[in-house]
Design a protein around this ligand. Structure first.
Ligand code: AMP
Length: 121
């Protein structure tokens, strides 16, 4: 999918729009979701121009992939949900209702989550 350089996360990475940063490394950035659905709701994104996980997996460098993975782990530890449990979600594309066309992982936790693994309408 063609990357839209005006999407909101591209503008956060460019420093044009502020975010509440939780963690950052060379190739990844984590910040609080603007509309939290759980007590802990952090988004972890690569700094590179990727829309979906399949694109990222195919095209991102080993360093980019390692930094994204490590950032997710750091966020879990920093927010405390590594101790209590958390859910990791990435919506990819239309059927998954991806709203922002820049790859992002939702780290959700801080309270007991409903027992179902996924919810499909
Ligand atoms: P998705 O449906 O997976 O694409 O989710 C996009 C997420 O981005 C939603 O949970 C939004 O609340 C969140 N979001 C949108 N704009 C911002 C922003 N400026 N800062 C932080 N989170 C945002």
């Amino acid at each position: 999918m063609a990357y839209d350089d005006t999407n909101i996360f591209a503008r956060i990475i460019a420093g044009e729009i502020p975010c509440k940063k939780v963690f950052e490394n060379t190739h990844a950035l984590a910040f609080h979701d603007i509309s939290p659905q759980m007590p802990v709701h952090v988004l972890v994104i690569p700094k590179g121009r990727y829309v979906t996980m399949d694109e990222f997996a195919a095209a991102a460098s080993t360093d980019e992939q390692a930094d994204l993975s490590r950032a997710i782990g750091e966020v879990a530890r920093i927010t405390g949900v590594a101790e209590t449990g958390y859910r990791l979600i990435a919506n990819n594309g239309e059927d998954a209702h991806q709203e922002v066309p820049h790859l992002h992982f939702h780290v959700l936790g801080g309270k007991r989550i409903g027992g179902r693994m996924i919810k499909g309408d």
